[in-house]
Ligand binder design. Structure first.
Ligand SMILES: [Zn+2]
Length: 266
């Protein structure tokens, strides 16, 4: 009579052991005992029914979808991205050093605006993009280098609980210092995937991305819908197995720095 419970206890133990062994295997990196690597792919310029929109949504891993405010498909793209499990952020149009203002789109942040107007425009942009968890800049080589402008942008992000992703369109960006001052979680782009609209360029950038993943624990790369959209989506799809062998695909919000510990004394 004792044999049956003993056997089931043994089986239960065996199952518990194999579950624990599986969990251990999942937590251990595949190769050479290195730190587990994480990668976030951000795709900019949604909101205007751009080429590659559907192909990006259909990628078999979570991406972060940067949607421009006040455009014909702003709401539709943000809702669809959210529905499919991607992360949504506001892609805020900001003044570049060069280029036409008309490229910026509606509601752009320019350095000639008053403090009040900048705050109003940033808040309106956040209101226009449903499900937004963060924000990054569209263009912005001039506006992101302006500490007054960036402080105002960061203040609204803090009030609304958004993180900021610095696209790094200029080496003079004030995003990092102002985010630190205001208390907004900040991350930064490591690599643009498709500034040149050819498959060979995107493949070259994906090889660079693999090298970055090897060198650092967390990596963020930015691609685009629009002129390179289909090329980039197809290259990402082709590289997905290799990328997923090397790193866990995460949303940008999973890479945010932890809050600074509060000191016990000063
Ligand atoms: Zn953009």
């Amino acid at each position: 009579m004792l044999r049956r419970p003993a056997l089931s206890l043994f089986l239960a133990g065996l199952i518990a052991f194999s579950v624990a062994a599986d969990a251990g295997a999942a937590a251990t990196p595949a190769s050479d005992g290195a730190e587990p690597r994480r990668v976030a792919i951000v795709i900019d310029d949604f909101g205007n029914a751009m080429d590659g929109t559907e192909e990006m949504f259909a990628l078999p891993a979570p991406i972060t979808v940067a949607v421009m405010p006040f455009l014909p498909t702003t709401k539709r793209d943000a809702e669809e991205a959210h529905r499919r499990g991607h992360e949504v952020i506001v892609h805020l149009p900001m003044e570049p050093m060069r280029g036409k203002r008309s490229w910026l789109g509606p509601g752009a942040i320019t350095t000639d605006l008053s403090d009040r107007e900048i705050r109003n425009r940033v808040a309106a942009a956040i209101d226009d993009v449903p499900h937004a968890r963060g924000m990054n800049n569209h263009m912005g080589s001039k506006a992101t280098a302006d500490p007054r402008v960036m402080r105002l942008v960061m203040e609204v992000c803090r009030e609304r609980g958004l993180y900021f992703l610095d696209s790094r369109t200029t080496g003079k960006s004030k995003a990092e210092t102002t985010a630190g001052d205001v208390g907004v979680p900040l991350v930064a782009n490591d690599l643009f995937l498709d500034e040149i609209y050819t498959a060979s360029h995107v493949h070259k950038q994906l090889r660079k991305l693999l090298r970055l993943i090897d060198e650092q624990s967390d990596t963020i790369a930015i691609g685009h819908v629009g002129p390179p959209g289909r090329i980039t989506a197809s290259a990402l799809r082709g590289a997905m197995d290799r990328l997923q062998d090397e790193a866990a695909f995460v949303r940008v919000s999973e890479l945010l720095p932890l809050p600074e510990p509060v000191p016990l004394w000063r």
